[in-house]
Design a protein around this ligand. Structure first.
Ligand SMILES: [Zn+2]
Length: 244
């Protein structure tokens, strides 16, 4: 005889995929990592599950777990919504955060991403610059996935002085001696500091900074290309930001 149990989980809804009728498959990130469940009638306007399963909701879920391990939503209660409707940049940044999470962060690393994702969403909700927050999260995700870049010294020779640029292809900082004009960008001191901060900051530090678009857009472009070369993942949401 099949048995089932009931489980409580808290998570941020990263993705909702519509299924037949008004059902949905919902993927969340919680403190123990990713989890997915089937939600019957979740897209019905009168459904109590509607708000808790919307992308961008932080919710408490009561789930029925079948003997085979698959989960179905029994009850959901939204604690906070990070869905942004009134700002293009904030809504693009939130989509970007979810795409970066799902496409770059592997299941085994996902528990470590929960607190950073929540801190980033809270910062955006409080009105911190959305693209700066997205940039810090992209660097965090690359580092967590094993693609962290060297911002302590020249990635090519180890020199701590004479740093003139940052090149993902070279592995991070590059000094004057190793600089190759043909293949590397020349960066100003602010951009160098921005990368150093981004690859080292903790959850509590993210709200301290804001970068201008003149520094962020080239950085997005260069890191997206790097992520694609390393993982084959094309970050569509950031591509859209760059084209806008
Ligand atoms: Zn060097």
């Amino acid at each position: 005889m099949a048995t089932s149990s009931v489980e409580s989980r808290r998570g941020i809804v990263l993705r909702l995929v519509p299924q037949k009728e008004s059902d949905a498959m919902v993927t969340c990130l919680g403190q123990d990592g990713y989890f997915s469940f089937y939600a019957r009638g979740a897209r019905k306007s009168a459904s109590s599950a509607l708000s808790s399963t919307m992308e961008g909701s932080l919710s408490d879920f009561t789930l029925t777990v079948s003997s085979g391990g698959s989960m179905t939503l029994k009850e959901g209660s939204m604690l906070q919504s990070y869905l942004v409707l009134d700002s293009y940049e904030a809504s693009m940044a939130v989509s970007g955060l979810f795409e970066i999470t799902l496409s770059l962060i592997m299941a085994e690393d996902a528990p470590k991403a929960y607190s950073r994702l929540l801190a980033t969403l809270n910062a955006i909700k409080k009105g911190r610059d959305p693209y700066s927050m997205l940039f810090l999260y992209l660097c965090f995700a690359l580092r967590l996935s094993g693609y962290g870049l060297d911002v302590d010294g020249c990635a090519l020779c180890g020199s701590k002085t004479g740093i003139v640029t940052f090149s993902p292809e070279a592995g991070g900082y590059v000094c004057r001696e190793c600089f190759d004009e043909a293949s590397m960008p020349k960066l100003d001191p602010f951009a160098l500091k921005m990368y150093r901060f981004a690859f080292r900051c903790g959850d509590a530090d993210i709200e301290r900074v804001s970068f201008g678009k003149e520094h962020l857009l080239p950085a997005f472009s260069s890191l997206c290309e790097f992520a694609y070369d390393m993982t084959g993942v094309k970050l569509a949401s950031i591509g859209q930001i760059l084209r806008y």
